[in-house]
Design a protein around this ligand. Structure first.
Ligand code: NAP
Ligand code: G4F
Length: 733
């Protein structure tokens, strides 16, 4: 004890590492007590609940932990004498009711006899101290009246309850026999995020968090009919302290005055998690039944209210929410309720701490344009897509614009020559063709993949056709083999618009490696994001130089490369200084910043995790929506290609009577975002240019009238997916 602490109130807490002990330590430290706690030696770490105290230097000076054991009288007596506390809170116990049937004698030792050990130690050492005994509503057992109050007779139903009754009467006896200040706090169940994990409330909230995180499928419980009066633990330790500040020691019931069954707890908790029917996740395991059960506990805390001014502040649903949110948070799961206020969007911002660190690193190093992060992102991205180079640009559209411009220049295409492009794709794929003074010619798409239909390509080829813009839509690769064959036959170049698809393979070969040039987007909601941004990849060195120059105002790309070279010879340096701002052609300013590249690197490091979660989510949706297959076309893809699930497309089947407008409105009303699949054939701009397109592209028209997509991104968790599935099923009921 330091000299400064001499005037402080000193408390000794047994069970300081438990739920109540840790909250009581927080409370007493906040009240400027010197706190001493009893800890038992354990092979594994048992101080988790006190960890936060050790982060605060002020608190650390005022807390002292001592080894000892409730079953060891000598250690208790020695500690009491040494600490000489003003207040003793005896909270330590074998506190699990079910376990007390398995270890009844130990429970009697730790829970009953420990109280006598402490009381005797006080008596023998003659120290002047107040004593709090953690009594329990379990003592009422087979209840003699409802609600239970201080005068209600006890009827214990377990070795634990019998031990607590013994300790209760021992405490009363010492108060009466030796005129000691002794309180019995008859506390009804109280819970919190620090509750032991095998008690039913915490077991449920942890179980739900695991289910939402996808790490568990089931929760195994015992008797769901028992009713308990559940309160919030931090408020209950306040009651303990209040009891110890009264004139005389006394006994008090501490309770909320509300009782709920385990079923009701499950209703509220699963509802908060967005899961309507918990029955599919909960199974009864008779091992959790007790030989004798306490059916109903309901406390009347009028005496505490009148004498201590204590009353509960946290409602039952609030308590469940506090616990569930904490368990979800520790697993990194976001909790969304069925009364949705937040939208389930098609995409998400998924920026982790590492991304923030990398961006900060750039800001601290003050290299804000093309630097080490840009280089790393370009090199790794190119490698992953089996290309020899990648160039970062400020959007997927810029990547496409450059790809067309570079090929037009390299192959000397003339204005108004044609590029084939699918009739269903984001408008940028066609726009960039027009912007390069070439003409987009649409090709209808496949009914299954929504990608360009190889069987439709040849009929659109004329002598003006120069290239095929292949789009890999929504994360699914287009059918490349027949497209490559046609391209060879007619000497056409292939440009890959892979803005929505990355990191996946078609017949073992990465998308992005088939075309002369391939384009990717890192726009928000894409597989990896830099906010806005893109990459243009190629394995052709001439194309690579042209792309680099065009993206950077038309500078001589050779001097762009050596700008960063610190070891230039004097002659080369002179040449560079003279030439590095020579513009050899008309170009754009399409560069990405180093901050965005840093974000991209952090995202790239997580690509496997992101892809895996998206695939898992898509599979879950496919299974959940499976029963609706007669009405809805779900995503399907051939075994020889992978799917990245950038989006989750759905098309109402031809034989269904359902109207897309009604289904989409139903989903939107329930805060599930939907998006059009964007056929080009009904875009006013292209209709104006080409006249009626819809009648010429029947599959695109069907998709326009019946298709839409929703998200399946990595931040959607089980509760969201169940909610989405439920909304679809409700619509088709
Ligand atoms: P808890 O989380 O189970 O904590 C029990 C504490 O006792 C832990 O610190 C534990 O240490 C310690 N302990 C157990 N055996 C020990 C031994 N042989 N020697 C030394 N320490 C030992 O319980 P709680 O929920 O905080 O409850 C506190 C007290 O109130 C208990 O007496 C309980 O029976 C009673 N109570 C609780 C409620 C409730 O709803 N929570 C209601 C009424 C009464 P380890 O950390 O090393 O295991
Ligand atoms: O959460 P429990 O284990 O708490 P119980 O038995 O009410 O005891 C707790 O509260 C007492 C105060 O009344 C304290 F004195 C005691 O130290 C402890 O803190 O079980 C609550 C109910 C029981 O009826 C049990 O049968 O939930 C039922 N239950 C159903 N399935 C389950 C489970 N209990 C647990 N622990 N695990 C189950 O799987």
């Amino acid at each position: 004890m330091s000299s400064e602490n001499k005037n402080k109130n000193r408390a000794f807490i047994t069970g300081v590492t438990g739920q109540d002990g840790s909250y009581l330590a927080d409370l007493l430290l906040a009240k400027d007590y010197e706190v001493h706690g009893l800890v038992r030696r354990s092979s594994s770490f048992n101080r988790e609940r006190l960890e936060h105290i050790y982060k605060d230097a002020q608190s650390t000076e005022n807390i002292f932990l001592h080894y000892g054991d409730l079953t060891d009288s000598s250690s208790l007596a020695r500690l009491i004498e040494k600490i000489n506390p003003d207040e003793i809170y005896h909270l330590g116990a074998q506190s699990h009711v079910r376990v007390s049937f398995d270890v009844p004698v130990y429970t009697a030792e730790a829970t009953a006899v420990s109280t006598i050990r402490l009381l005797e130690a006080i008596r023998e050492t003659r120290i002047k101290t107040k004593f709090y005994q953690a009594s329990s509503s379990e003592m009422f057992g087979r209840v003699r009246e409802v609600p239970q109050r201080e005068t209600t007779p006890f009827y214990p139903r377990s070795p634990y309850a019998a031990a607590k009754v013994y300790a209760y009467w021992a405490a009363v006896n010492y108060r009466e026999a030796y005129d000691m200040f002794v309180c019995n706090g008859i506390l009804f169940n109280h819970e919190s995020p620090r509750r032991g994990e095998s008690f039913v409330t915490r077991k449920i909230t942890i179980g739900i968090a695991d289910i939402l995180a996808g790490s568990k499928d089931k929760l195994y419980l015992g008797n769901l009919e028992a009713r308990r009066d559940w309160g919030y633990a931090p408020e209950y330790v306040e009651a303990m302290w209040l009891m110890m500040q009264q004139e005389r020691g006394d006994d008090y019931v501490i309770a909320t005055g509300e009782t709920h069954s385990i079923r009701e707890f499950l209703d509220v908790a699963f509802d908060l998690a967005g899961i309507k029917d918990w029955r599919q996740y909960v199974e009864i395991d008779p091992r959790y039944y007790r030989p004798t059960e306490v059916d109903i506990l309901l406390g009347d805390a009028s005496k505490a209210r009148e004498k201590l001014g204590w009353q509960p502040r946290t409602s039952f649903p609030e308590l469940v929410k506090i616990m569930l949110e904490a368990d979800c948070k520790s697993l990194g799961v976001q909790l969304v309720s069925t009364e949705r206020r937040e939208q389930i969007g098609v995409g998400c911002a998924d920026i982790d701490e590492k991304a923030k660190l990398y961006v900060n690193d750039v800001l601290n190093n003050e290299r804000l344009s093309h630097g080490p992060y840009s280089l790393r992102l370009e090199n790794e991205f190119a490698k992953l897509h089996a290309c020899s180079s990648a160039l970062l640009v400020n959007s997927g559209t810029s990547a496409l614009q450059l790809a067309v411009a570079a090929l037009k220049q390299v192959y000397n295409w003339q204005d108004n020559e044609e590029i084939l492009c699918p009739a269903v794709t984001f408008v940028a794929s066609a726009n960039v063709i027009l912007m390069n003074n070439l003409k987009p010619v649409f090709v209808d798409v496949s009914e299954q993949s929504y990608n360009i239909d190889p069987a439709q390509i040849e009929r659109h080829i004329t002598e003006k056709t120069k290239a095929i813009m292949v789009v890999h839509l929504f994360g699914q690769p287009a059918d490349m083999d027949p497209i490559i064959e046609i391209a060879k036959k007619y000497n056409l170049k292939i440009i890959e618009d892979s803005c929505e698809t990355m990191f996946v393979k078609y017949k073992g070969r990465p998308v992005g490696s088939f075309g002369e040039i391939s384009c990717f987007s890192t726009y928000m909601a894409h597989l990896i994001t830099t906010g806005v941004g893109g990459l243009v990849c190629t394995s052709n060195s001439v194309h690579a130089e042209t792309l680099k120059s065009l993206a950077n105002h038309g500078r001589d790309s050779i001097y762009l490369q050596i700008d960063d070279d610190k070891n230039l010879s004097a002659e080369r340096l002179e040449q560079t200084v003279a030439r590095r701002f020579k513009f050899i052609q008309l170009g754009h300013s399409f560069r990405l910043t180093e901050m965005e590249a840093a974000l991209g690197v952090a995202q790239l490091e997580r690509k496997d995790e992101i892809l895996e979660k998206r695939r898992e989510n898509a599979q879950y949706l496919i299974e959940g929506l499976g029963p609706l297959q007669a009405e809805l076309q779900l995503p399907s893809w051939p075994a020889y290609c992978e799917h990245a699930f950038m989006m989750f497309p759905l098309v109402i089947k031809k034989e269904s009577t359902v109207q897309k407008k009604d289904l989409v409105m139903h989903l939107e009303k329930h805060n599930i975002e939907t998006r059009e699949m964007l056929p080009l054939t009904n875009q006013p701009f292209y209709e104006k240019m080409y006249g009626d397109l819809e009648s010429r592209y029947p599959v695109a028209r069907w998709i326009n009238n019946n298709g839409f997509y929703i998200g399946c991104h990595q931040k959607l968790f089980r509760g969201d997916l169940d909610y989405i599935i439920k909304c679809f099923h409700n619509f088709f009921l």
